[in-house]
Design a protein around this ligand. Structure first.
Ligand code: OFO
Length: 167
């Protein structure tokens, strides 16, 4: 059974994962409109993953006798300066999400809610992967600089990456 406090924290996280999904969807739309097909596919897929993260939490809360909330979404920007800016924002966003999950884990340990703590370990592992991927994309973009051929290849590589399985 979930405590009120953990239930509330998990509802915050449900809202955060839903927001991440919408944020990446907004970025995907920009990327597609600007001809970055690889990046848009990568972002559509990333948006789907965040929705899956949201649903996984949603079902966990309800299965544990809590109550999952659906909250209203804010509007995300439809304009971005560059691919570089988008990848920087993804990294920043993922670091923020890691901090949020750490905060819930901390609360679980204080309350001795080992079940939720155990459930959240999957999210922590996922965050390491996502932060590492965003950082490596940013490193590549820094290497490419303004080279158009390099940017074309980068977009092609993202297209390949987007074909991998969703989790
Ligand atoms: Fe960005 O991964 Fe969800 O939690």
């Amino acid at each position: 059974m979930l405590s009120k406090k953990i239930n509330a924290l998990l509802n915050e996280q449900i809202a955060s994962e839903a927001a991440a999904s919408a944020y990446y969807l907004a970025m995907a739309s920009w990327a597609q409109a600007h001809g970055y097909n690889g990046l848009s596919q990568f972002l559509y897929r990333h948006s789907d993953e965040e929705r899956m993260h949201m649903l996984k939490l949603f079902h966990f809360v309800n299965d544990r006798g809590g109550f999952s909330e659906v909250r209203a979404q804010k509007t995300f920007p439809s304009n971005y300066k560059s691919i570089h800016q988008i990848v920087e924002q993804i990294l920043k966003h993922e670091v923020k999400v890691t901090g949020e999950i750490n905060k819930i884990v901390d609360a679980c340990l204080k309350e001795r809610d080992y079940t939720t703590n155990n459930f959240l370990q999957w999210y922590l592992a996922e965050q390491i992967e996502e932060e590492t991927l965003a950082q490596s994309l940013l490193d590549k973009l820094n290497l490419i600089g303004n080279d158009k051929g390099g940017m074309y290849q980068f977009d092609r590589d993202l297209e390949e990456l987007s074909k991998a399985k969703i989790e």
